[in-house]
Write a protein that binds this ligand. Structure first.
Ligand code: HXC
Length: 260
C-alpha cells in the first residue's frame, strides 16, 4: 500500500465506514511524525470520499498508541519545536467534519490518549488503559491533554491524571465519561464499526451540522451556542434530507438520504 505506518480500509455496508488502523507494532504505535502525517493523508482521502459517512480510528489489541515517539523527540530543541510548530500536523484529526470514532484497545497514553480525545466518540476494550504520563518525562501533555481532558472529566480528575501520570483502566474512564462504552477486546472494532455504520446511514449533512453544534458547546457561551444551534436547525430545512427523513417517518418506511 501507500502507507508505511497505518492500514486504511473501507468497511461496513457499501463501504460507508473508513477504518484507519495504526500499524507500528514494534513501537506500540508510538506516533512518530510519519505516522501522524499518514493519518492526516488518510483523513483527507476519507473526508473527500462521498461514500464514506463515518471514520473509525483504532490500533492493535496491545496498544491504541503509547504516545508521541519519545525517541524521535528526545533531542529536539526549543527553537526546533517552535520553528517547525511541532505537533501542528496532529490538528487534522480535530478538523474532520465527518464523525470520527476511536476504538481503543490496550494503551492510550500521552499523545495516544490525546489522539483518542480528538475523536468524537471513544469506545474502549475491557483492558484499555488511558493516561497522560508526560509529566514523568519532564514535560506536559502537548496536543490537547490538559484542555480536552479537563473539559471531558472536570478539574480534579484531570489534574490527578496529568500530575500523577497514572494509568486509568477502561472501567474508570467510562465512569468519568471519557469513554462512552466498553466492549470485550476481540469485539471492540466490530462493535465500533457497527455504530459507525449506523451513523453513516444518517444524512451526512445532518451529521456534520450536529457535530459542528456539539463542538461549538466547547467554544462559546450557552446563549451563543443555543443561537448557533437554532440557526443550524433552521438550515436543515433547506436540505432534501430533511424532507426525506420526515416523509419516511410519516410513511412508516426507512429514510433514504442522499446528502443533498
Ligand atoms: C517511542 C516507544 C514508546 C513511545 C513504547 N515504545 N512507547 N517508543 N515512543 N512513546 C517502544 C519501546 O521503546 C519498546 O521499543 C517497544 O515500544 C515496546 O515497549 P515496552 O516498553 O518494551 O513495552 P511494555 O513493557 O509492554 O510497556 C508498555 C508501556 C511503555 C507502559 C506503554 O512502553 C511506556 O511507558 N511507553 C511510553 C509511554 C509514554 O510515556 N507516553 C507518552 C509519550 S510523550 P524497543 O525498541 O525497546 O523494543 C507524549 C507527548 C504528546 O505522548 C504530546 C506531544 C506530541
Amino acid at each position: 500500500g501507500i502507507y508505511e505506518y497505518i492500514n486504511v480500509t473501507k468497511t461496513g455496508s457499501n463501504g460507508s465506514v473508513g477504518l484507519i488502523q495504526l500499524n507500528r507494532p514494534k513501537a506500540l504505535n508510538a506516533l512518530c511524525n510519519g505516522l501522524v502525517n499518514e493519518v492526516g493523508q488518510a483523513l483527507d482521502i476519507l473526508e473527500a470520499d462521498s461514500s464514506v459517512g463515518a471514520i473509525v480510528i483504532t490500533g492493535s489489541e496491545k496498544a491504541f498508541a503509547a504516545g508521541a515517539d519519545i525517541k524521535e523527540m528526545a533531542n529536539k530543541t526549543y527553537s526546533e519545536t517552535y520553528s517547525e510548530n511541532f505537533t501542528q500536523n496532529w490538528a487534522r484529526v480535530s478538523t474532520v467534519r465527518k464523525p470520527v470514532l476511536a476504538a481503543v484497545n490496550g494503551f492510550a497514553l500521552g499523545g495516544g490518549c490525546e489522539l483518542a480525545m480528538m475523536c468524537d466518540i471513544i469506545y474502549a476494550g475491557e483492558t484499555a488503559k488511558f493516561g497522560q504520563p508526560e509529566i514523568l518525562l519532564g514535560v506536559l501533555p502537548g496536543v490537547g491533554g490538559t484542555q480536552r481532558l479537563t473539559r471531558a472529566i472536570g478539574k480534579s480528575k484531570a489534574m490527578e491524571i496529568v500530575l500523577t501520570g497514572n494509568q486509568v483502566p477502561a472501567q474508570e474512564a467510562e465512569k468519568m465519561g471519557l469513554v462512552s462504552k466498553i466492549f470485550p477486546v476481540d469485539q471492540l472494532v466490530n462493535e465500533t464499526v457497527k455504530i459507525a455504520e449506523k451513523i453513516a446511514s444518517n444524512s451526512q449533512l445532518a451529521n456534520a451540522a450536529a457535530k459542528e453544534c456539539v463542538n461549538v458547546a466547547f467554544e462559546t457561551t450557552l446563549t451563543e451556542g443555543l443561537h448557533f444551534e437554532k440557526r443550524m436547525f433552521h438550515g436543515c430545512f433547506a436540505t432534501k434530507d430533511q424532507k426525506e427523513g420526515m416523509a419516511a417517518f410519516i410513511e412508516k418506511r426507512k429514510a433514504n438520504f442522499t446528502n443533498e
